[in-house]
Design a protein around this ligand. Structure first.
Ligand SMILES: [Zn+2]
Length: 152
């Protein structure tokens, strides 16, 4: 991951166990590893992450959320487009490495501890701040799921 790079996010093609393992070992997988160019657009990243069921790790959170919203709102295919977690890091390789070292110990949702596996399972949106603070929320459901819920 390049320091301060716009698309320094990464999408992994590994299974969740592997990703959780990688994250807890302070390693963030890069776009290059799944054959995507550094200047790939957010829509493509989302497509690959959804298709391969993996956590998205990015240092580009502010720009990324609108793309997430658009992805979840798509209606062309009648199937679930929920994602598998989004982790937003501050920029700077060393900062990212330091923060990821013990991020898991500081992630909580509704008072309960959150593991990397939970981020994937429950589709959490995790923002890790420069000072190490972790902000954990739920990512919105996709339009298809929203419609299903309304019908029930
Ligand atoms: Zn859905």
């Amino acid at each position: 991951m390049r320091s301060g790079a716009r698309s320094s996010g990464g999408v992994s093609d590994r299974d969740v166990e592997r990703i959780a393992d990688q994250l807890s070992r302070k390693r963030v997988l890069t776009l290059a590893k799944v054959g995507l160019p550094e200047d790939v657009d957010d829509k493509q990243i989302l497509r690959v992450a959804w298709d391969r069921r993996c956590i998205i790790v990015t240092a580009n959170g502010r720009d990324f959320l609108p793309a997430v919203q658009r992805f979840l709102r798509q209606t062309k295919i009648r199937e679930c487009h929920d994602l598998f977690g989004l982790v937003v890091l501050p920029t700077g390789f060393e900062t990212q490495r330091r923060i990821l070292t013990d991020a898991e110990a500081r992630m909580r949702f509704g008072g309960a501890p959150v593991r990397w596996a939970d981020v994937w399972n429950r589709d959490y949106y995790v923002r890790l701040r420069r000072d190490g603070a972790a902000d954990v929320r739920l990512l919105p459901r996709c339009r298809y799921c929203d419609a299903q819920t309304e019908r029930r």
